[in-house]
Design a protein around this ligand. Structure first.
Ligand code: MG
Length: 369
């Protein structure tokens, strides 16, 4: 039963959010309108539609179900029940499968068990610095038997998105990002420029200096870039502002990343934010929590989204990605999110379940009756 609601908040960019209180707890709703600077989106798979529910509302579930969604995540008590209820598990990588270069305890046995039960396993990462092939090598180095076909990195998503909209092969892509994006664009048959090569370039500001840019650039792809500089900002900005119809694509908008385990480091969102600031344009995001990859996977493998469980360690990307896609969601506490963060009253993203790590799948059985 509805017991209260906040005053809706409407901003200049047509964002409306409102919190409703039910007897079972609070549920937040957020409507996102398109502002005048948004790009036209040709791909119907994109989640840049005019309305986005910030809770579990999607094509597979009715609005009424959303109102009956429990407000708080439940600890996973019976793993078999969850495993039996889905046919595909999508795993985030860092914080779920590994931490940095170290495999998380019990992962190989857990993946083997799921495969033995006939489950499809897919690995999705927002990290665009590597291609699928390069990630395949990382899995192999860690002793995991994972094929390239099972790996979906946001570097691949950028190339897959361009393919999905029939981006002309005679146009070029300017890349602000690392090698993974270049490799995937090359595999998809696209011409590109920029990337690591522009990392050492400097601008000599002399009176009257004007930077030339390639008028054939039809898309700027921005991902995490350790060699980000002013040259790249200016070049990308010129392409987006001056080349008619030039797309602004972001692999992700992650606020932070984990270059070392000593602290949090500025993530891909910082590079995307710089280009957004200079162009006054909103990017088209292909990584989590955008549903582009989810829609792509569902189509490629012919999976019903209700038959997918998204497993991740971040609320704002992984869990939202699963919820935006209409999947079941499981938060693991082996990465960046602690139980205190999950249960903080200000946190509005609640997965269906949470547990310490994926190897709990091996031990959490139904209580004997
Ligand atoms: Mg993660």
């Amino acid at each position: 039963m509805l017991v209260g609601a906040t005053t809706p908040i409407v901003s200049r960019s047509v964002v409306l959010s409102c919190r409703f209180w039910f007897q079972s707890g609070p549920i937040d709703f957020k409507f996102v309108g398109r502002n005048k600077h948004s790009q036209s989106i040709k791909n119907p798979l994109s989640n840049f539609a005019s309305i986005r529910w910030n809770r579990k509302v999607n094509s597979n579930r009715s609005a009424m179900e959303a109102f009956t969604t429990r407000a708080s995540a439940q600890p996973l008590r019976n793993a078999d029940e969850l495993i039996d209820s889905v046919e595909t598990f999508i795993f985030d990588c860092d914080g779920v499968i590994w931490k940095g270069d170290k495999l998380i305890d019990g992962v190989p046995e857990t993946l083997d068990m799921l495969r033995s039960k006939g489950k499809r396993l897919v690995f999705v990462t927002n990290n665009s610095t590597k291609s699928r092939k390069q990630y395949g090598k990382k899995f192999e180095t860690l002793g995991l038997n994972v094929s390239e076909e099972e790996i979906f990195a946001s570097s691949f998503a950028a190339a897959a998105y361009l393919k999905s909209i029939d981006f002309p092969k005679d146009k070029k892509v300017y890349v602000i990002g690392e090698d993974g994006i270049l490799k995937e664009l090359e595999l998809a048959g696209y011409q590109y420029l920029g990337g690591p090569e522009d990392g050492a370039k400097k601008i000599e500001l002399k009176p009257g200096y004007l930077m030339e840019h390639d008028k054939d650039v039809g898309a700027v792809v921005v991902g995490f870039d350790r060699y980000f500089n002013y040259y790249k900002i200016q070049y990308g900005t010129l392409c987006i502002r001056e080349n008619p119809g030039c797309l602004f694509i972001a692999t992700n908008r992650d606020a932070v990343t984990h270059l070392t385990d000593a602290q949090e480091w500025a993530g891909g969102g910082s590079m995307v934010g710089a280009i957004g600031g200079s162009t006054q344009r909103e990017p088209l995001v292909v990584g989590k929590p955008s549903t582009f990859m989810m829609d792509y996977l569902a189509k490629k493998f012919g999976i019903e989204k209700s038959q997918i469980c998204m497993v991740g360690d971040r609320l704002d990307t992984d869990i939202l990605f699963g919820q935006n896609g209409g999947c079941k969601t499981l938060l693991v506490l082996s990465g960046v999110t602690s139980l205190a963060m999950l249960q903080n009253p200000n946190n509005t993203t609640q997965p269906d379940f949470y547990t310490n790590q994926i190897s709990d799948f091996l031990s959490l059985k139904a209580a004997p009756v």
